[in-house]
Design a protein around this ligand. Sequence first.
Ligand SMILES: Cc1cc2nc3c(=O)[nH]c(=O)nc-3n(C[C@H](O)[C@H](O)[C@H](O)COP(=O)(O)OP(=O)(O)OC[C@H]3O[C@@H](n4cnc5c(N)ncnc54)[C@H](O)[C@@H]3O)c2cc1C
Length: 388
Amino acid sequence: MSARRGRPADGGPRVIVVGAGFAGLAAVKALDRADAQVMLVDRNIYSTFQPLLYQVATGGLNPGDVAFPLRVFASKHGARFRHSELQSIDAAGRRITLTDGAVLDYDYLVLGIGVSAAYYGVTGAALAELRALDDAFPEVDRADENIRLVEMAPALLAPFHPKLQANALTELRRRGVDVHLNTKIKEITEDRVILENGDELPSDVTVWAAGVSGPAGVSQWGLPQGHGGRIEVGHDLRVAGQDRIFAVGDIALIDDQPLSQVAQPAIQTGRHAGRQIVRLIAGRPAQPFRYHDKGIMATIGRRSAVVELPHGVRIHGTLAWLAWLGLHLFYLLGGRNRLSAMLNLSYRYLIWGHGGGVIVGDDPPAALPGGPAQLVPGAAAGSRQPPP
Ligand SMILES: Cc1cc2nc3c(=O)[nH]c(=O)nc-3n(C[C@H](O)[C@H](O)[C@H](O)COP(=O)(O)OP(=O)(O)OC[C@H]3O[C@@H](n4cnc5c(N)ncnc54)[C@H](O)[C@@H]3O)c2cc1C
């Protein structure tokens, strides 16, 4: 493992952080000045800024705008990067095995491996922004387009205040999205979505965005799993029954503080785990984790978002959208990514409705197993009815 000023070239505790999402990166940053050898392991050579994937999927951003090279990140923080995938954990022997066959010993292990799509229930997408491409597809009659959003719950955006939920619903309907609440899906076929009440919705493109669960491989690791396949952790974020393994981010389930699977809890838990390892190495006891609520926000489309801050502050509309955009650009890793994302999004939204604001490219390889951006069979159905 690497050496840096104030960090041992060899010897010293070995810390392995698996997963380079919000949580894993925050852990590595917190370990920056630790008297330890830190290794970051990820199955990709880049970290993906998932909150802007929807803009990539709808042609507003390049994939490269939301990806940051992990070797650069690791070396900046005095860690080493290993491109591989965690296969198994030998907690008693304090070692992990990677899918490339390598066996790595650790003194402390941080698991920030995120979650995968879960195939139950239904919620939505924002395909409505593609309607701004009228100039690019003059042959498509708007009257033939039909975007439906099917949601099992009685409201959209469950964690938000009912007023903001109502605003989101109004905004989507204003954009021509046909929203079906209290509606459960029974089956998805190649060209239709079949509802539990027997109704059928014809669909050319179906997007499943219904929730997440722990990746399948986790159950082989011998760690306790709770609701949604998340790994159960104690107050200080150490995995229940383990004194040297932490779980952070989306994959962690804290008994008395079940946190939403979004960026802030991931960042805060990752940072906390890193800091606790520093304390443990120094011979001090670990401290309990406390979540600092900074509020929640969601974008609905151009000039429309909802923001809910602590102490009952609620914003929607253009101001909320600008806040959403500014915050996401701020958190994006890398100056070049920030600049190119700002340029691409400004161009897209300033020339709105003239078709040129879309980025095109070749289709990705047919399958992206385990990849972060997947449009898969599912819930939001966009259909073009055949001309009579
Ligand atoms: C499309 C989309 C939009 C979102 N929008 C928002 C938003 O607007 N606001 C918000 O707050 N949150 C949003 N989220 C949620 C947010 O992105 C997640 O909560 C956050 O990324 C969780 O961070 P994490 O570090 O726990 O996991 P992740 O960011 O998922 O990172 C996990 C990492 O682990 C790696 N990995 C997984 N398994 C292994 C393995 N076995 N071995 C090695 N590496 C492995 C993966 O490659 C990945 O790099 C969105 C998520 C998605 C998918």
